[in-house]
Design a protein around this ligand. Structure first.
Ligand SMILES: [Ca+2]
Length: 308
């Protein structure tokens, strides 16, 4: 997949900025076993490249499309052997439609169902499964590093408009401020990715070092991403904070129109622009139906908290 990254990302400085709000599946590299979705995605990219870039003859394109559709049908219809190590399969086929508890992974490993946008070796050093009192979760420790990981899940945001998870940030890059390129680090960030695998839109929910809770703004580094601050300052030792965001409503409020499909979620703990350290943990992601009010509406948020 590295060869598919547009040339502009080969500049380390520009690439570092670009990856912050553009975590998306056009540049993901598998850090674990291949999955049913990787060949589908690669097939789609191959179709696009073939049709748009290489000017193949129409007949060849039709043959490729027919072969790809046949392959897709085989992927969808063929029974899949159970694989206890394939956390991705468990995650994507579970019920409710999407949940990630990390319980299926042994402690100490990179979660194989998640994919990397950026350097896979770096991701292996930043993210690993940790365990405490029987609960396994995703631990992130980034020392002057910036690499995102994500998991694909396609659904209609109208059906499952809410993402719930819990997290904690224990080391915040001092002085980081997500509004500006030169200070754009977050101890923890969760993205909901929409519309397109190639040029997606995204909402980035951050745990900020300095910005006030409720602050929202356009990403300083990616024109199709919006940022919302959910937390500020370090968590207490051992403290988890639970979030429940109505990303469907947030999308409409921030972009001003209806979203297309959800493409997946991603996380990022980064510290490269501040030459510092970020440390955080993530757990229990779940997509839910319902009507949790947007965090952008303080009155509605108060109602939400009173119900939890
Ligand atoms: Ca867990």
């Amino acid at each position: 997949m590295l060869n598919n990254v547009p040339p502009r990302y080969h500049s380390p400085r520009r690439r570092a900025n670009a990856t912050k709000e553009r975590p998306f599946f056009s540049g993901l590299h598998s850090a674990g076993p291949s999955s049913i979705h990787a060949p589908i995605r690669n097939g789609l990219f191959e179709m696009v490249r073939t049709q748009l870039g290489q000017q193949k003859r129409v007949g060849e394109v039709r043959v490729r499309v027919a072969r790809f559709m046949a392959f897709l049908l085989v992927c969808v219809l063929a029974p899949r052997a159970a694989d206890p190590d394939d956390g991705r399969a468990q995650t994507l086929q579970g019920s409710p439609p999407f949940q990630e508890t990390f319980q299926q992974y042994p402690a100490g490993v990179f979660p194989s169902g998640w994919q990397v946008r950026g350097n896979a070796a770096t991701a292996q050093t930043v993210y690993h499964i940790a365990e405490k009192e029987g609960n396994r979760f995703l631990h992130a420790y980034a020392k002057n590093q910036d690499v995102q990981i994500g998991i694909e899940y396609v659904c209609k945001p109208q059906d499952y408009p809410i993402l719930r998870w819990r997290w904690r940030a224990t080391k915040l890059p001092p002085g980081a401020n997500e509004r500006a390129k030169k200070t754009n680090d977050s101890a923890a960030a969760v993205y909901v990715i929409f519309d397109s695998s190639l040029v997606p839109r995204a909402i980035k929910y951050v745990w900020s070092s300095t910005l006030a809770v409720g602050t929202r703004f356009d990403s300083p580094v990616y024109w199709r991403a919006k940022v919302i601050v959910l937390q500020r300052g370090p968590a207490e030792p051992g403290e988890w904070r639970q979030e429940s965001v109505n990303f469907y409503q947030d999308y409409k409020d921030l972009f001003g129109f209806e979203p297309g499909e959800v493409r997946g979620i991603a996380v990022l703990s980064d510290s490269d622009t501040m030459t510092s350290v970020s440390e955080a943990a993530y757990d229990d992601f779940m997509l839910l139906p319902g009507k949790t009010p947007s965090r952008l509406n303080p009155a509605a948020a108060a109602v939400t908290l009173s119900l939890m």
